[in-house]
Design a protein. Structure first.
Ligand code: ADP
Length: 258
């Protein structure tokens, strides 16, 4: 394996993401695992298996639990840093995670101009699709494939994830095609995220990150809702961890250069 110069850990509420980068900032190693109830021992085990003497940048919901991190930075800062590598200039980052979503507007240098976050309500986050996927006994990764097969959309009107789940189940039970209902569910999520984005003065280009960015239907629906083209970088779920790794590498360089 190529020599790892810095490590980034994004300890999210749904998934823990770890990346190792080389000196050019390219990802040479990564790992994604579901977050367990016992996050601290889980993180300790992950760290035990990582190369030593490499700076570690930590972020995410459990970022403060990483005792031996070289630097701990906010999710907003790390996501902007990671996304700026791809945007290479000003733009907007829309991150849809498991239990929150954020919109961050960045400037030419990748510095945050403005941001907003939804972490109070599951609607507008990955959890919105997940709860219904569980009820339908379908892996969340398959949900987009169902939606793609639909020839129409059934409107899901509940704004709350819990009510939307019941609404979807009852519509399917009443004979609505599952594909059309699932497509409607995707639309409800895309509209929620789009309205969060529209609460800011967003600037193109828009980059979509977070686990849900792997869902192509959400990407294309967001493009429709926002009337803007959206970039999905390779490994969108790793943006925060990548940003944390870069920040830790830069902070180490600063210390060494002092
Ligand atoms: P967090 O940082 O909040 O832990 P992540 O950015 O890691 O969240 O994203 C996790 C979310 O991404 C989960 O809700 C999961 O269901 C969702 N997800 C992961 N892969 C896919 C996929 N292929 N399609 C749709 N959702 C996905």
């Amino acid at each position: 394996m190529e020599r790892i110069k810095a490590i980034g850990i994004d300890a999210g509420s749904t998934a823990i993401k770890v990346v190792g980068i080389n000196e050019k900032g390219n990802i040479v190693f990564y790992k994604v695992e579901p977050t367990s109830f016992q996050m601290k021992p889980q993180l300790e085990k992950i760290i035990e298996e990582l190369p030593k003497d490499v700076p570690i940048g930590a972020t995410g919901y459990g970022g403060d639990l990483i005792g031996n991190a070289t630097i701990t930075a906010s999710e907003i800062r790390c996501h902007s840093k990671g996304a700026h590598l791809f945007l290479k200039g000003p733009g907007t980052v829309i991150d849809i995670g498991g239990q929150d979503s954020k919109v961050i507007v960045i400037d030419q240098e990748g510095e945050v101009i403005d941001f907003t976050m939804n972490d109070k309500c599951a609607a507008g986050t990955g959890r919105f699709l997940e709860t219904t996927a569980w009820r339908l006994k379908t892996p969340v990764e398959e949900m987009a494939r169902f939606a793609e097969k639909a020839d129409r959309e059934v409107q899901v009107s509940s704004v709350c994830a819990v009510f939307a789940e019941s609404e979807v189940i009852s519509m399917v039970a009443k004979g609505e095609p599952m594909e059309a209902v699932i497509k409607g569910l995707h639309r409800a999520l895309a509209k929620r995220v789009a309205s969060l984005a529209q609460s800011l003065n967003i600037i193109p280009p828009i980059l979509l990150s977070g686990g849900v960015a792997q869902n192509p239907v959400i990407k294309s629906m967001l493009e429709e809702e926002l009337k803007e083209k959206i970039i999905v970088p390779p490994y969108p779920q790793l943006m925060g961890a990548l940003g944390a790794a870069i920040i830790s590498m830069e902070s180490k360089t600063k210390v060494t250069n002092r």
